[in-house]
Structures are given as C-alpha cells and as structure tokens.
Design a protein around this ligand. Structure first.
Ligand code: FES
Length: 138
C-alpha cells in the first residue's frame, strides 16, 4: 500500500545529502523530503511496504538540526499548515495543523493536544558534515 502523495519533495536515501545547513533557519520553514520505508525503523501502525516512501521533514531549532517523519502521533497526517510550515508563530514548538497537537522540536514529544500519553514524532537519524546534512548515521 502506497502512503505517499504526489509531490516534488525529493526522495533521500541513507547516506545522501538532504540539504545544506544554510537552507534552514531557527524556527523557520522545514525542508520536506521522502524516505524509503525499508530504511527506517518499523513502528506499530506503519502499514506500508518496504519500497513505499513516507514524508519527512528537517528543521533547525536553536543551533541544532532535527529530522522527523511527517506524521502526527495523533492520526497519520502531515503536520504542515502549508508545505514546510510546521512551527507555531513564536517559533518555539511544532504544531499539527489538523487538531493542533504541540510537539517539542528537540525531542518530538507531544506536550499538548489529542495525542496519546507519551506520544512522540518518529525521529530520523541525520549526520552533519562540512555544513551538509545527510540522512542516516554515517
Ligand atoms: S492529526 Fe495531528 S493533531 Fe490530530
């Protein structure tokens, strides 16, 4: 079952560059991309074939970078208000546009909204080298 939507967001494989650090700003627009299901840790309710792709996003918060599957912990919806817009107005939290679940940018932990207790966004591994952000632990 394919779960991805038609998009111009790039498909990134492990070891490939997602984007340069200069493409992101603290609390700014997220960089959207797709990952192959077979390259991420399976999770309950993933409901996808290994060769399906899932949407993901990369953000900068303070001076750090974080990547998550673009999949709310409440219902499997993308978070964005508009493509890449996942932060609240104060640029302090990630917010899902559907029912307003609020997440900590550094941990992905849901701190407010309709998510089950202890719910988190699914973090993806990234590596930064020479101002480039790669998907995976290199
Ligand atoms: S789908 Fe995100 S809060 Fe409901």
């Amino acid at each position: 079952m394919s779960t991805c939507l038609p998009s111009s967001d790039p498909s990134i494989r492990k070891g490939q560059i997602i984007c340069p650090t200069s493409a992101l700003q603290h609390g700014g627009k997220a960089f959207r991309f797709f990952v192959l299901c077979e390259e991420i840790v399976a999770f309950p309710g993933m409901n996808a074939d290994p060769d399906d792709e899932l949407p993901a996003f990369l953000i900068q918060f303070e001076d750090q970078y974080f990547a998550y599957l673009n999949r709310c912990a409440h219902v499997s919806m993308e978070l964005d208000w508009n493509p890449g817009e996942v932060f609240d107005e104060e640029q302090q939290y990630l917010v899902c546009a559907t029912h307003y679940a609020v997440y900590e940018p550094k941990t992905g932990r849901c701190i407010q909204g309709p998510c089950p207790d202890g719910a988190k966004l699914r973090a993806l591994p990234i590596t930064i080298r020479n101002d480039l952000i790669y998907f995976g632990d290199l």
